[in-house]
Design a protein around this ligand. Structure first.
Ligand code: SF4
Length: 443
């Protein structure tokens, strides 16, 4: 039920692969339990468990004993510490009826959802004692796509994000290097994908650092350690535009360390969120620090320019229906900002993906944005504009370049580009025609 899933399943009107696989897994577990007459307690954990609060029926459907919230999963191998206590209490049946007033590392809450005939219950076990970096064990087997964590949490405080509610911790460069070495030795990886929330806050203390000024030295040390492990390519998963340009030596220096070039491009996901100065100021003002909300458009344009100059390509995500408070004018501001970027920097490289608003972080009491029923003409326009951008400036350009070695190849790639980009655009045009004159304007 995260933003990507909610957008691409059209507000769960389709079943996502994750949901399908999760249901399949629980079915298998329950079948095996039945076959063996087992009374094993099934517990779910990790960062996606918040979703059970929004679809509590699944707790019953999957036969879950409890939903474990907090970061215990990260230290489970430490069986003689908190994880050991957890399993002892579980085996001893202490969570069945735990007194919430007795001091414990674990708090049990039985939640009731819904009303009357549609009532559901779920046992939630909270473990809020976040592990220190030293308590988090190194990976011992290769990770997927060479991904290694370099930090947890983010101090920027965007209201629509739950990452920011976690305490900020950084992995020391030596630990990151050790994990990359596991990926190289055991997984044959030549790439290190650095999981970060905002890579440009790595090594800084958001409470003490004035204006979130990046800690360039810490970042240089981190990327030097990464490359010294023996990879040929690395890129962080996420970073903010403001962080990328807040120190003019930062991107040039990191680019030199990681050897970015026209043949070694660096992808990074950045939050574009909205073109509305009103919304960005209200919900994400520290995302822009050291800049002010009224400078947001300049930050976006300068960010794209700086990143592109050093062969970094930002993949932007946008939020549609932010806190269900997005007006038509806010949505038009987003469309305008993308159009300005295209006109003022025609050679710029970036992609744009609109995602629907999901009530997490400080906005957990809000409602999901219902893309199927609530999309205004201007919001449809945002969706159309982003696809048009990806099609014209991304897919088509890329395919044309890929096919430049021969007319047959070019024809094949151009056809593929047309299909990839053209299909969603035609579908949106058809939808707008059906909805009426106001929506047609948005195309
Ligand atoms: S900058 Fe990104 S990770 Fe940090 S709080 Fe904002 S949205 Fe979350």
């Amino acid at each position: 039920m995260g933003p990507v899933t909610m957008t691409f399943t059209y507000g769960r009107k389709q079943t996502s692969y994750d949901e399908f696989y999760n249901a399949h897994l629980h079915r298998k577990i329950n079948e095996a339990k039945k076959k063996n007459g087992s009374h094993a307690k099934v517990i779910v954990g990790a960062s996606g468990t918040w979703q059970y609060n929004y679809d509590p029926k699944k707790i019953q459907e999957y036969g879950l004993y409890a939903v474990l919230e907090g970061e215990l999963g990260g230290i489970a191998p430490e069986i003689d510490g908190h994880a050991g206590q957890f399993f002892n209490k579980l085996i001893g049946g202490e969570f069945d009826n735990m007194n919430p007033f007795v001091k414990s590392d674990f708090k049990v809450e039985v939640k009731e959802f819904g009303r009357d005939a549609e009532k559901f219950h779920g046992r939630f076990i909270h473990y809020w004692d976040e592990p220190e970096i030293d308590d988090i064990p190194d990976i011992v087997e290769p990770s997927m796509h060479g991904m290694v964590e370099v930090m947890r949490g983010c101090g920027r405080g965007c209201k629509f994000c739950d990452v920011t509610l976690r305490p900020l911790r950084y992995y020391p460069p030596e630990k990151v290097k050790r994990e990359i070495e596991v990926n190289i030795k055991k997984g044959g990886q030549r790439n290190a994908w650095l999981h970060s929330d905002d890579i440009f806050v790595y090594g800084l203390d958001p409470r003490k650092t004035k204006n979130m000024a990046p800690n360039r030295e810490a970042l240089e040390e981190l990327f030097t350690a990464v490359m010294s492990a023996g990879v040929v390519h690395t890129n962080p998963t996420h970073g903010t535009l403001a962080g990328a340009i807040a120190d003019e030596k930062l991107i040039p220096n990191i680019s030199k360390i990681i050897n970015s070039s026209s043949t070694n491009k660096i992808g990074i996901q950045c939050g574009f969120e909205t073109g509305s100065l009103r919304l960005i100021g209200k919900y994400a003002d520290r995302k822009l620090s050291p800049y002010k909300p009224e400078e947001w458009h300049w930050v976006v344009k300068e960010g794209v320019k700086t990143l592109n100059e050093h062969h970094w390509i930002p993949a932007f995500t946008l939020i549609m229906g932010l806190d269900n408070a997005e007006t038509e004018e806010d949505a038009w501001d987003t469309i305008r900002l993308i159009s300005e970027l295209e006109k003022e920097q025609p050679e710029s490289m970036f992609t744009t993906t609109p995602l629907t608003f999901v009530p997490i972080g400080l906005l957990e009491k809000s409602e999901f944005f219902d893309i199927g029923n609530e999309m205004t003409a201007a919001q449809l326009g945002v969706m159309y504009k982003t696809w048009q951008h990806n099609f014209k400036y991304g897919i088509q350009k890329f395919m044309n370049k890929t096919g430049q070695n021969g007319p047959l190849r070019r024809k094949a790639f151009t056809t593929l580009a047309k299909t990839l980009g053209g299909v969603p655009l035609s579908a949106m045009e058809k939808y707008a025609r059906k909805k009426g004159a106001e929506h047609r304007k948005s195309n």
